[in-house]
Design a protein around this ligand. Sequence first.
Ligand code: SF4
Length: 159
Amino acid sequence: MKKKLKIGWFSFSCCEDSTILFTELLNDHFIEWSKVIEFQHIRILRKSNKLKGLDVAFVEGAIASKSDALKLKEIRDNSKKLVAIGSCAINGMPSAQRNQFDPKTKKEIEFLIKRFSLSKNVKTVSDIVKIDDKVPGCPMNEEVFLKLINKYLKDFNII
Ligand code: SF4
């Protein structure tokens, strides 16, 4: 069977607009991509997902809790390459805006932090794990994402 690039798409704390953009890109590229890409862990596409042995994991969103940090580490351990998608994943903003609240506002939201077992501060993806590439933008820059997909298809000797 022809080798395919095994990819995963993961969303943490964010509005998931890059996921929507990715879905729109699938409208244009699905037939061409499905010949060379295995959508191994993508919840918007499939019910049963496999984490082990991914070539590339795309991660959007900021990391707002210890359990999300653990999930991210698990993704890193199972992926050869990890790409931070969009501004929230790369520099935390705007998802991390509570980090900049004044002390009074931080006090007011304390009960929510406790209720949802959130971390004191929201972190970026690279605060937790090593990243190999990033796609800036809010949502992600489509052109940079497409270039990166092609780069990985070449790097992994798929095309
Ligand atoms: S970077 Fe922008 S589009 Fe992406 S999740 Fe954050 S707020 Fe939404």
